[in-house]
Design a protein around this ligand. Structure first.
Ligand code: ADP
Ligand code: MG
Length: 231
């Protein structure tokens, strides 16, 4: 057995600095921020608004480059990749869920979920078959032909979750995924999310202001003085 591979984190952020320029001034949001996400681990990111949660998730999601520091996904040094390789990596290894679903309004639930698989090269029939299986798994297969505007808020988020995991990513990043939902729906969507994480073995980093949900994850982290620390 290769213990090195087993112990390798799904994601590692090392010495991350992120500085934004504001005219002549600069704003340092993260400084020497470090994080290891183990395979199968679900981590809550709980921190006040403006402390850099979304910034951290964008860097982890390979959407934004850190000013300096290293980003590893499954052992691959992403900070060394060019934009084309980064895009490929993002498509295969990362799934992202936002506070607002960002589903394509003119496509049905099943088509929205099939989209990332087709972009990756799966044919339509195969992609729609897996999309439907995901809808069944999340108990919304009876809404498969609904467009986003014909879905409730909780259903929209479950479709967004299904879309995020469509390509079986290694890492799921969620930026306040239940922030727009009432408490009961929030609970339901979170249950669906955590069950999916547990059963698929992917790792999740979930930014949330909901302390009840945070308490149900494997551990909690926060951002303090531009660094990542235990919450
Ligand atoms: P959070 O998600 O915790 O609310 P953000 O990561 O969105 O925090 O923002 C952290 C800080 O960085 C805020 O002060 C915000 O104004 C600033 N910021 C975020 N994105 C940018 C950007 N693209 N350009 C300049 N400043 C930014
Ligand atoms: Mg944010």
């Amino acid at each position: 057995m290769n213990n090195g591979a087993v112990l390798q984190p799904a994601m590692k952020l090392a010495g991350i600095e992120k500085t934004y320029g504001h005219g002549d001034a600069t704003l340092t949001v993260l400084k020497d921020a470090n994080l290891n996400l183990a395979a199968g681990e679900m981590v809550a990111l709980v921190a006040p608004s403006g402390t850099g949660k979304s910034t951290l998730l964008h860097i982890a999601g390979l959407l934004e480059k850190p000013t300096s520091g290293e980003v590893y996904v499954g052992g691959a040094a992403c900070h060394k990749l060019d934009d084309k390789a980064l895009t490929r990596m993002r498509r295969t290894e990362i799934g992202i869920v936002y506070q607002f679903h960002h589903l394509l309004p003119e496509f049905t639930a099943v088509e929205n979920i099939a989209m990332p698989m087709m972009i990756r090269g799966l044919d339509r029939a195969e992609a729609q078959k897996r999309a439907f299986t995901l809808l069944q798994y999340l108990h919304i297969d009876h809404r498969s032909k609904h467009r986003p505007a014909e879905l409730s808020g909780g259903e929209q988020q479950r479709v967004a979750i299904a879309r995020a995991v469509a390509n079986s990513p290694r890492i799921l990043l969620a930026d306040e995924p239940t922030g727009n939902l009432d408490p009961k729906t929030s609970d339901y969507v979170f249950d669906a999310l955590s069950q999916l994480v547990k059963e698929s073995g992917l790792s999740a980093l979930v930014a949330t202001h909901n302390l009840d949900l945070a308490a149900r994850m494997d551990r909690k982290i926060t951002i303090q003085d531009q660094q990542i620390v235990a919450h």
